[in-house]
Design a protein around this ligand. Structure first.
Ligand code: SAH
Length: 465
């Protein structure tokens, strides 16, 4: 380790910043965020830096740097493009044993600024010891995406209860258990969902109870998207990685399941058409039972839980039993499949609206209002329509939609084995009869399908000259 990571308290401490340009400004912003009292010395101070000093009771010394400015300073930062000056500041600081940072010159630094992930009071600093700052920044970007912004509030909340928890639990082990439960469980989820008061109440309840671990679980109804794991939301991934038990259905891809917490129980409750492996009522009950055991239950659904996902029915049951729940939207098949197939659902001059329709018909003709579906300039997206494709296309034509209307079938959209079949209302059923693309498949009807060749990239990967 080339440097010892420390967090310095600079609140109300005097800090010297040599330089008045954009680089100095960046450092000044950081110092101001940590509450330092900043003195800037430079022949010129840019407007933004001057403004920042005005806002934070800083001082601008316009003129030449001289070593007396270092007196009484806790830190010094040299951010000028004058190498000789930077070097001078370095030696003056070293003589007075004031820690110094010279921007972009590790040789002259006695401390470095790390790349920062700020979820104050939680702060993460990443340093490459001045060797690979871009790598440190890339790592920071990764962490930024992994750590929900709610960690700030969670940190504040933990700070608020720290003393009470200490008084309530006498051993370190008990306290650690309590905090692990709070910081990874329902309390944390309430904070992330912006329900701070509920989170407060929950902690208070946990502190009052003799057995702080006995409590009602929670159910997360999570949209897993259409198959490509990269289309999961951050929130979906986080909840999947906390789950005690995951109930998933047929549309959830294997790759996505692999992202669930390693020791979570994965339970298949999927439904193939006409083959309900667990009837809906059974699934509803399973969710309730497991939550009552105090478990964190994830109900993982393909696409979006509220689009042909029966999510609403499951929630009604949870509500009846007073079980806390959250719903996480997912990317629905219509949106993902059309995008991955290069077909925009709306496009100027082609379609100004789009309809999501179920093609699963209980009572063949009566279910759909075909007269409404034949208007021009709209895109129709049929879910669950592969087995009724012939009927759907004939009905659309019979009700007046031109037989030449383009149609695309997107099979296993966004997955490695995605296939797209195009045709017209007149011939798509026959084409599918021959091609036999597998389910799940989505049917897109409308002029927008014509755009596919234009918006799909089939180039080869030769480097550009
Ligand atoms: N809640 C899901 C839809 C469930 S209904 C969502 O929002 O996407 C099931 C239907 O969704 C399937 O019959 C199929 O029409 C469509 N579907 C889901 N995933 C798909 C995929 N990866 N490719 C093509 N169609 C898909």
């Amino acid at each position: 380790m080339d440097y010892l990571p420390l967090f310095y308290k600079v609140q109300s401490q005097d800090v010297l910043l040599v330089g008045g340009g954009q680089i100095a400004l960046r450092k000044a912003r950081l110092l101001a965020r940590a509450g330092a009292t900043i003195t800037v010395v430079s022949h010129q101070v840019c407007d933004e830096l001057q403004l920042l000093l005005d806002q934070h009771q800083g001082i601008a010394v316009i003129g030449e740097y001289h070593s007396a400015l270092l007196d009484g300073k806790m830190l010094v930062v040299a951010a000028t493009n004058d190498e000789a000056l930077n070097e001078r500041v370095h030696y003056d600081a070293a003589e007075r044993q004031v820690p110094i940072n010279v921007v972009d010159n590790p040789r002259l630094c006695t401390f470095v600024f790390p790349a920062i992930v700020d979820r104050s009071p939680i702060v993460i600093g990443i340093s490459s010891g001045g060797k690979a700052p871009v790598l440190a920044r890339l790592l920071r970007a990764k962490l930024e995406t992994l750590i929900p912004s709610g960690y700030s509030k969670l940190g504040e909340l933990a700070g608020k209860f720290r003393q009470q928890v200490k008084e309530r639990f006498s051993t370190i082990n008990q306290r650690r258990k309590f905090w692990e439960d709070v910081l990874q469980g329902q309390v944390a989820e309430q904070v992330f969902a912006g329900r701070l008061e509920d989170a407060n109440t929950l902690i208070e309840q946990k502190l009052e109870r003799a057995d702080p671990h006995h409590q009602l679980g929670e159910v997360y109804l999570v949209g897993a998207g259409p198959g490509d794991p990269e289309l999961l939301t951050f929130k979906a991934l986080r909840l999947m990685q906390q789950a005690d038990v995951v109930f998933y259905d047929r549309l959830v891809s294997q790759e996505i399941l692999e992202l669930c917490r390693r020791d979570a129980d994965l339970v298949y409750v999927g439904k193939a058409r006409d083959k309900h492996s667990v009837p809906q009522q059974g699934i509803n009950q399973l969710l309730v039972e497991h939550a009552k055991l105090g478990k964190r239950v994830v109900r993982l659904k393909g696409g979006d839980p509220f689009i042909f996902g029966r999510g609403g029915e499951e929630l009604e049951e949870l509500k009846q039993h007073n079980i806390p729940f959250q719903v996480v939207p997912g990317i629905t098949a219509a949106s993902a499949c059309s995008t991955y197939a290069g077909i925009p659902l709306t496009h100027r001059g082609y379609a100004q609206s789009v309809k999501f329709i179920t093609g699963q018909l209980k009572n063949r003709t009566a279910d759909l209002n075909f007269a409404e579906l034949i208007h021009p300039n709209q895109t129709l997206v049929f879910y669950m329509g592969l087995h009724t494709l012939d009927h759907l296309s004939k009905q659309l034509i019979a009700h007046g939609k031109p037989a030449t209307t383009p149609v695309a079938i997107v099979s296993r959209g966004t997955r490695a084995d995605q296939q797209v079949l195009t045709g017209s209302l007149a011939d798509i059923a026959e084409r599918q009869q021959q091609a036999q693309l597998p389910a799940p498949a989505l049917i897109i009807v409308g002029e927008v399908v014509e755009l596919q060749p234009k918006l799909t990239w089939f180039g080869d990967l030769r480097p550009l000259d």
